[in-house]
Design a protein around this ligand. Structure first.
Ligand SMILES: CC(C)(COP(=O)(O)OP(=O)(O)OC[C@H]1O[C@@H](n2cnc3c(N)ncnc32)[C@H](O)[C@@H]1OP(=O)(O)O)[C@@H](O)C(=O)NCCC(=O)NCCS
Length: 306
């Protein structure tokens, strides 16, 4: 019989080994998952999260674990589980773990649960069976040697300036439309977005690129170094906010812009690039996978019952 309880300090080593084994399995199935793990750091992390981690025991053996960080931000009251936050020997163990955890997450105010799972059918199916749906994908590739080819005549890639804000907001809106993010169409959201985008331009880690064709801003891409994360490689550049003026899509503009962005990132020591996109954004999916990004993890979501 499976018994679920909060993680005890003496379970730490077994849970750490389960996580390391699973990450290793992920890396044998996906080229761009990094299996390297600092076991003693992982044990420390688990030790500090005993109160937010459940373990399933069967006959004195650990057969599963589940951790989530519950965010109290009023706009994102959700429980978040990373790829290393969950393991289960069979589907019924996942059900037992969730029965206990969901209750606690709800008591802490979470209304939704997000979980990252390897993008493989056998890993996704147990979640789907429990009513979870795929929201977004993370894709990674090694930055290729792109050669020293310049942009076309009349094309300029440069860092965005405050005076570009109206064009940038228009390009951001293109992304919201593509993703069906109706919640982002409100005036108050646009006002906040404007403020955040302007602040971000002063962040030394973030580079907001715009592409001009004949002095008109027609595309953008935002980059920053990906934070250290188990499963990711060092020297990974995160790409976001990629958008092209709708009238000019399908002409190779995003590919050319990203080639220029990645050429410069590679020269600065970045070896990998990652991006995330919504599964319902079929155009973005086609673009990223044809550009070379290989999906690694899928983010799934489920609303927690009232
Ligand atoms: C996704 C997006 C950025 C792609 O930009 P784009 O400039 O249209 O992309 P490209 O033209 O470089 O590539 C798209 C397709 O055009 C093809 N293409 C490339 N050069 C071409 C050319 N000279 N003529 C015609 N087609 C061309 C590409 O091969 C690619 O086709 P494929 O995916 O079938 O291989 C753009 O569609 C967009 O802004 N979408 C809305 C915002 C969005 O969803 N952003 C992503 C958020 S994660």
């Amino acid at each position: 019989m499976t018994v679920v309880s909060k993680l005890r300090p003496e379970d730490t080593d077994v849970v750490a080994e389960r996580i390391a084994r699973q990450l290793n399995d992920d890396a044998t199935r996906r080229t761009f998952v990094n299996p390297t793990i600092d076991l003693s750091l992982l044990r420390d992390t688990i030790m500090h999260a005993t109160n937010a981690t459940w373990v399933a025991m069967d006959d004195e053996h650990v057969v599963g674990h589940l951790f989530a960080a519950v965010l109290s931000d009023p706009e994102r009251r959700a429980a978040w589980t990373g790829p290393d936050g969950v393991s289960f020997d069979d589907d019924s163990i996942l059900t037992s773990l969730l029965e206990r955890a969901v209750h606690a997450w709800r008591a802490q105010g979470a209304i939704e649960h997000f979980v990252w799972s390897l993008d493989e059918e056998d890993r996704l199916e147990p979640w789907r069976q429990l009513g979870y749906r795929a929201i977004s994908l993370r894709g990674v590739m090694a930055i290729p040697q792109l050669g020293d080819v310049g942009l076309d005549a009349g094309w300029t890639l440069r860092v965005a300036r405050a005076s570009d804000i109206e064009r940038i907001l228009a390009l951001d809106h293109v992304i919201d439309v593509a993703q069906g993010d109706a919640a982002k169409f409100s005036r108050s959201h646009r006002r906040r977005n404007r403020r955040e985008l302007l602040q971000q331009m002063d962040d030394p880690d973030v580079e907001h690129f715009v592409l001009e064709i004949d002095d008109d801003v027609v595309a953008q891409a935002i980059t920053f170094p990906s934070p250290a994360r188990r499963g990711s490689f060092e020297h990974t550049l995160h790409l976001s906010g990629v958008a092209v003026d709708p009238a000019l899509q399908g002409r190779g503009i995003a590919s050319e812009m990203l080639n220029a962005v990645l050429r410069s990132a590679h020269a600065r020591g970045f070896e990998y690039v990652e991006a995330q996109w919504r599964v319902n954004n079929t155009r973005a999916h086609a673009f990223w996978t044809s550009y070379g990004l290989e999906p690694t993890y899928v983010r799934l979501a489920r609303r927690l019952a009232e």
